[in-house]
Design a protein around this ligand. Sequence first.
Ligand code: UDP
Ligand code: MG
Length: 181
Amino acid sequence: MDKISIVVPCYNEEESVPYFYEEITKISKEMKEIEFEYLFINDGSKDKTLEIVKEYARQDSRVRFVSFSRNFGKEAAMYAGLQASEGDYVAIMDVDLQDPPDLLPEMYNTLLEKKYDCVATKRQTRKGENPIISFCSRLFYKLINKMTKTEIVDGARDYRLMTRQMVNSILEVTEYNRFSK
Ligand code: UDP
Ligand code: MG
């Protein structure tokens, strides 16, 4: 049975964690042929995130967690999650449901069928976003793509599903100032 680890960085997310848990559990029920591991990374939250995650871990053997002593940022949380993950496949998801868990079955099927190492996601529209944030994001992608030779896709998200081989390769890159996208 294949195992998928879901790496979930969390910073002050006491309100989101229960909704996320509910949604990912629905998806795990749909994907009966897969064993799941939910790996919450508490990135130095100052609210009740850690207590809530600990409670889930007590009740549900699929839930594991890593907890940082202070806030290190999402990139560090993702890296710690990849290090701690045990699955044959690993997905990274935001806990606030901006990365829809219900895309996971399609991502998994595509990965298998096409024999890809990674299926990634990007946002198609910035509808509903604060116009100032939207403007700054667009400007960021324009500038960064002018300044560097590596293409960085506008709207790319960290939500991706990877094979163990890819995760291990990423873990070999130990640089400190990471930018995964
Ligand atoms: N996050 C984190 N550490 C941080 C900031 C954010 O682990 O220092 C997590 C956060 O809890 C969420 C994800 O990273 O699961 C994305 O954060 P957020 O929703 O704030 O980012 P945005 O939606 O603005 O890209
Ligand atoms: Mg968000």
